[in-house]
Design a protein around this ligand. Structure first.
Ligand SMILES: [Zn+2]
Length: 381
């Protein structure tokens, strides 16, 4: 898979086990073609009549790299691939693809937990890997909004529940980018404003939380918990599904909040970032507590991902870059994330060694840091 002229030390470092610091459960059930196609890409809608989501960078990547894991030739037709998937059954397909990724630890965002998705522990069992939980803040808030009677209850229970959930987790995650955008007021909201907003919230708790005051309150409550337990906070930034207003997902828009967290020393992990990965690399280079990955961008841009990794590496400090697959629903996403991370890094590192810019030992060290070492340090695995 890796270029033949890559120095052995770099090859070994790239093929070493990875820590996937951000992923979701994959589907446990056998999928019809329509169900499978809905999970190719982030649109979550069927392809227009007469077309297929297999005609995307990700669709082509599945046929190229996942087919051999299911004992097929590369580039087989989608129907052949899906037929083989059916024949093997979801359990075997998940085991093969998760194990082929060479991931040794999954950090699973459990905020999307559903009966048809593997739990964090099951991801570990299927992948032959360790598994830990990342707590999604907005999901905890939704549970509290559903059960709290009055605003004071809401505030107290939110704090208590975050403490309890954080005790079993290795990190927290915010999707505030989806809810009010990253250009939010970075200050902690006043208690009076939170109580007034909570009263409004509790009059219709089933609604998705979009109130910036309560979202900021949630985040600052999480900051208190993260500081006490020395947990990193992940932020969705950049590329996501159609729910997202991309123009408000540039991580540079949350510079004020990042600055406010600096004295607290809480690691801020910027997820995905594309197409703002250069802004993210800049933030990681100027703030000591900021970390970045390009996550699902690897899978979704597939053959184009090498260029994106290269752009990230223009500026990102080597001790700030992480690997994640961000797989969701399809175990193919996990395998492909690992494939394109290794291919992209091999190209970028190989060129630096070849030009004499870096030694092979330096390149191997960077590959190890980005693939697993940085995640182990940041999440204290
Ligand atoms: Zn994700």
């Amino acid at each position: 898979m890796l270029p033949v002229d890559l120095p052995d030390a770099v090859r070994d470092a790239l093929l070493a086990p990875l820590v996937d610091h951000h992923c979701h459960g994959v589907r446990r059930d056998d999928l019809s073609r329509a169900q499978f196609e809905l999970l190719i890409g982030e649109s979550r809608t069927p392809a227009p009549p007469g077309t297929t989501h297999f005609d995307t960078p990700l669709g082509a990547a599945i046929r190229r790299w996942c087919a051999p894991v299911l004992d097929l030739e590369p580039h087989v037709a989608p129907a052949v691939y899906l037929g083989r998937r059916q024949e093997l059954g979801a359990g075997e397909v998940n085991r093969r693809l998760l194990q082929a990724s060479g991931v040794v630890a999954f950090l699973v965002d459990t905020g999307l937990e559903a009966p048809d998705l593997l739990s964090a522990a099951e991801m570990g069992r299927h992948g032959g890997a360790a598994a830990d939980e990342i707590v999604r803040l907005e999901q905890v808030e939704q549970d509290i909004a559903d059960s709290a009677a009055v605003a004071v209850d809401y505030m107290d229970s939110l704090g208590e529940e975050l403490v309890a959930r954080a005790a079993r987790a290795v990190g927290l995650k915010s999707i505030i980018a989806y809810r009010c955008g990253l250009d939010f007021d970075p200050s902690r909201p006043s208690r009076g404003s939170v109580i007034a907003a909570a009263n409004r919230r509790l009059s219709d708790p089933r609604e998705r939380l979009v109130d910036p005051i309560l979202l900021r309150h949630l985040l600052w409550t999480a900051v208190d918990v993260a500081r006490d337990r020395a947990l990193p906070i992940q932020f969705h930034t950049g590329y996501g599904d159609a729910d997202l207003d991309m123009s408000r997902a540039d991580p540079a828009q949350m510079t004020g909040f990042i600055r406010a967290l600096q004295p607290l020393g809480i690691p801020v992990v910027l997820l995905h970032c594309y197409p703002f990965h250069r802004q993210a690399a800049y933030l990681a280079s100027v703030f000591p507590h900021v970390y970045v990955d390009v996550g699902l961008t690897l899978t979704h841009t597939a053959a184009g991902s090498a260029r994106i990794l290269d752009e990230l590496l223009e500026l990102v400090p080597f001790h700030k870059q992480l690997f994640s697959s961000d797989c969701y629903g399809l175990a193919e996403g996990c395998h492909l994330g690992a494939v394109y991370f290794r291919l992209g890094m091999a190209g970028a590192l190989g060129r630096r060694v070849e030009s004499g810019e870096w030694s092979a030992a330096d390149a191997a060290r960077v590959a190890h840091m980005a693939g697993s070492g940085n995640a182990r340090r940041v999440y204290r695995l």
